[in-house]
Design a binder for this molecule. Structure first.
Ligand code: DOR
Ligand code: ZN
Length: 432
């Protein structure tokens, strides 16, 4: 099978490419990048006026399988991924049961082998049952191929245990992803502490609950010399702490999610539970700090934190609704709309945050368009506008914080290992 992507603006910061050219894909690999490639192929994609970039590597996704297949499955989540331009993702371990043993990793691997539409990497848990009491057998998880460990959804409160986790993770050369939240400080809050919590009469979550835990985890990782990645940054003090840690040479990377650079706490004033996320939507000042963190490179990665929930779990009182928004199908467009079209990031900058930096953090050979690499490529219409509607989602859930918003940028084709896994019209057997 030969596929030719013609005349797109190819963006690949790793190989310092930003020019109009063609890409030839033979079987599953990138075989040639050049101007005006003339060759007989099976399929041609005319990418004129479009962006051609590496498939997105989304390192924070809740696929909910096993256990909550009513919210999402590996099959439905990876279809949603393909639609959003995501060709590799890291599945978070807060499933039922959690991915806290070799046996559970093997089980999930089987599901992925049978039903995934894009690459799915697995994050194991840090503690058994994600209870924060006893470490998982990290060596055994690693042996079965986990790409990282995380208790995402909660933080490991016991400092001694976390120190031990970093020690084991270092020994096993495994990335630790920290959901940074001190529950004693977030006080079962459901919205940002301050104006919003006061207006709504709801319990608030302080910035401290996030950044104090970031401070602790950076200190512990530094002590051990372990690698850590901080998930879903939401506030300005967190950005500042990570900036300082990086300046000190500590091996830390960080991520934010599109809702933290697109939406502020005012969005929850109508008690819209789709805006209920953990950490909560913050103030305008925090949002601006997150954007600056992205621009300056303190924040390395944009990940969706795709967190599907059923309507039953969302269409209830705000206090009782689940935390989370789906994001696989809107993350790229949110990035294009809020960061590229506003001039905050260049296209290459966005590709770094969504493709090459997460690939690097996970230590996988993805996120670039190098010769001989897997042909994981997306073709994007950068100016095309669309309105986020429930009916268009391929995810099994509909709980999007972006519902009703107009976004710019549409994925026209997603090519995964040389195959078009998402896309509309394409010509077969046409001559170049
Ligand atoms: O909003 C969130 N939803 N934040 C988390 O940390 C967990 C996630 C989930 O699993 O629903
Ligand atoms: Zn989390």
């Amino acid at each position: 099978m030969k596929l030719l992507i013609k005349n797109g603006l190819v963006i690949d910061p790793v190989n310092k490419i930003k020019e109009v050219m063609d890409i030839l894909v033979v079987e599953s690999k990138i075989s040639k990048l050049a101007k005006a490639i003339r060759i007989e192929v099976d399929t041609v994609i005319n990418a004129k006026g479009r962006i051609v970039m590496p498939g997105i590597v989304d390192m924070h996704v809740h696929l909910r399988e096993p256990g909550r297949e009513d919210k999402e499955t590996v099959a439905s989540g990876t279809m949603a991924a393909a639609k959003g331009g995501v060709t590799a993702l890291l599945a978070m371990p807060n499933t039922l049961p959690p991915i806290d043993s070799a046996k559970n990793v093997i089980f999930l691997r089987g599901i992925i082998r049978d039903s995934a539409n894009v690459d799915v990497l697995i994050s194991g848990a840090i503690t058994k049952g994600r209870m924060g009491m006893e470490l998982c057998d990290i060596a055994a998880l690693k042996k079965e191929g986990v790409a990282a460990i995380s208790d995402d959804g909660s933080s490991v409160d016991r400092e001694g245990l976390m120190l031990e986790a970093f020690r084991k993770a270092k020994k096993e050369k495994t990335l630790v992803i920290c959901h940074c939240e001190d529950k004693a400080l977030s006080c079962q809050g459901v919205v940002n502490l301050g104006f919003t919590s006061t207006r709504l009469g709801l319990r608030g979550v302080s910035n401290e609950s996030e950044y104090k835990r970031i401070e602790r985890d950076i200190n512990l990782a530094e002590k051990i010399g372990a690698r850590l990645h901080i998930a879903h940054l939401s506030c300005k003090e967190s950005v500042e702490l990570i900036k300082r840690a990086k300046e000190k040479g500590i091996s830390v990377t960080s991520e934010t999610a599109p809702h933290y650079f697109s939406l502020t706490e005012e969005r929850v004033l109508g008690y819209n539970t789709n805006m209920k996320v953990n950490p909560p939507l913050r103030s305008r000042e925090d949002l601006e700090a997150i954007k600056q963190g992205l621009k300056e490179g303190t924040i390395d990665v944009i990940a969706s934190d795709h967190a599907p929930h059923t309507e039953n779990e969302k269409e209830i009182e705000f206090e009782h609704a689940e935390f989370g928004t789906i994001g696989l199908e809107t993350a790229l467009s949110a990035g294009i709309t809020e960061l590229v079209h506003t001039g905050l990031l260049s296209w290459s900058g966005l590709v770094e945050k969504m493709c090459s930096n997460p690939a690097k953090a996970l230590g996988i050979d993805k996120g670039t368009l190098g010769l001989g690499r897997d042909a994981d490529i997306i073709v994007v219409s950068p100016e095309k506008e669309w309105v986020v509607r429930k009916r268009d989602f391929l995810s099994r859930s509909r709980n999007s914080a972006f519902l009703g918003r107009k976004l710019k940028g549409v994925v026209d084709y997603t090519i995964f290992k040389g195959k078009i896994v998402y896309g509309m019209e394409f010509k077969r057997n046409s001559n170049p």
